[in-house]
Design a protein around this ligand. Structure first.
Ligand code: TRP
Ligand code: SF4
Length: 331
């Protein structure tokens, strides 16, 4: 019996290289070792995008095509849309009953988002409950582990606390406490050296067109101490060099040497990196285009995934309802 894992992404926009290196490559590997559930978290997307839901559907299709192009396989993993399995919200409600407000208010991701996000109103009841829904996502399937990046660790800790509190309250070991499977891969920074994120406008999309990609790479921040071509560079402090390390490791040494001996300038170095990335993304983009055209296939994947997920979800909810005395046999 393989252990079960669940992970999710919010379909809020185009996926980028950060998603590939930080999550999707990892998910792909995990498919062999674990029973995997991969979820498009549309309710979670709505928690911040509720004022603009217009693009939700196209984002879901777009993200799904990227997942498949990156090697996430419907034969190996259960791929589904969160809102299509109603039990997520039912369990979310059950957890809301016993989640202490203070835990949510103190959650570091919550405080950070309230501080950082200024173009949307996130001071809502729903947004406060973000980690409660995430706990429901995970515990509905009694996942043993959750592949996440470091930024999600507070949510996983909350999930464990909620599981514990539920089990204690109803005196039943219903929910296992899931562990984090930290993504160990190289973290890829954005074009400006900050975390790669759509809201920082520093990403390269997996679907980026070559011309656009060249422009973006040319604008990447490099070693700040290297001003003239004759200044020797410090490749170990340069984000461009990290990109070579991730996408063309066989060239990293050469790139370092010619940089620190000032044989090649940053413009040339970045020009070549752009071509490396274009080549790297080419097969992925070809597959992606094929999937996007085949809506019938995408729909069938989601329908299949929903069926498998819902079967497990309803089992868990039956157990929860029994404990809460809200099951159907009223007399
Ligand atoms: N909060 C996660 C993120 O922003 C997405 C997510 C929703 C998730 N539900 C999940 C991740 C359950 C892991 C498990 O990345
Ligand atoms: Fe970075 Fe390349 Fe410029 Fe060196 S030459 S500082 S590695 S961009």
């Amino acid at each position: 019996m393989k252990e079960r894992i669940l992970s999710g992404m919010r379909p809020t926009g185009k996926l980028h290289l950060g998603h590939l290196v930080g999550a999707l490559e990892n998910w792909k590997e995990l498919q062999q070792e674990y029973e995997c559930l991969f979820m498009l978290a549309d309710w979670h997307a709505l928690m911040s995008e509720y004022q603009n839901p217009q693009e939700l559907k196209s984002n879901i299709i777009d993200n799904l095509a990227d997942w498949l192009a990156c090697g996430i396989s419907p034969q190996e993993a259960t791929i589904f849309i969160q809102s299509h399995v109603r039990e997520h919200l039912e369990l979310y409600m059950a957890f809301s009953l016993l989640t202490p407000l203070g835990l949510l208010e103190r959650c570091p991701t919550y405080k950070e988002q309230l501080r950082e996000v200024t173009n949307r109103d996130l001071s809502t009841y729903g947004f406060l409950g973000y980690p409660v829904l995430q706990a429901a996502d995970i515990l509905l399937y009694k996942a043993a582990a959750v592949p996440v990046g470091k930024d999600q660790l507070p949510h996983l800790e909350l999930t464990r606390q909620i599981a514990r509190k539920f089990n204690n309250t109803y005196n039943q070991e219903l929910f296992p406490e899931p562990k984090a499977l930290l993504t160990q891969t190289n973290r890829l920074l954005g074009l400006d050296g900050r975390k790669m994120s759509k809201s920082y406008n520093n990403t390269i999309a997996l679907s980026e067109a070559p011309q656009e990609l060249r422009k973006k790479v040319q604008g990447m921040f490099t070693d700040p101490q290297r001003i003239k071509l004759s200044d020797p560079g410090h490749p170990d402090k340069c984000n461009v060099c990290t990109y070579y390390k991730v996408f063309a490791p066989q060239r990293q040494k050469e790139v370092q040497e010619r940089c620190s001996s000032s044989r090649v300038g940053c413009t040339e170095c970045k020009r070549e990196l752009a071509e490396v990335l274009i080549k790297f993304l080419e097969p992925l983009q070809k597959k992606r285009t094929g999937f996007i055209k085949d809506k019938g296939y995408l729909r069938s994947i989601l329908r299949e995934g929903e069926k498998k997920a819902a079967a497990q979800a309803s089992k868990t909810m039956d157990q929860v309802k029994l404990l809460l005395n809200i099951n159907k046999d009223i007399c």
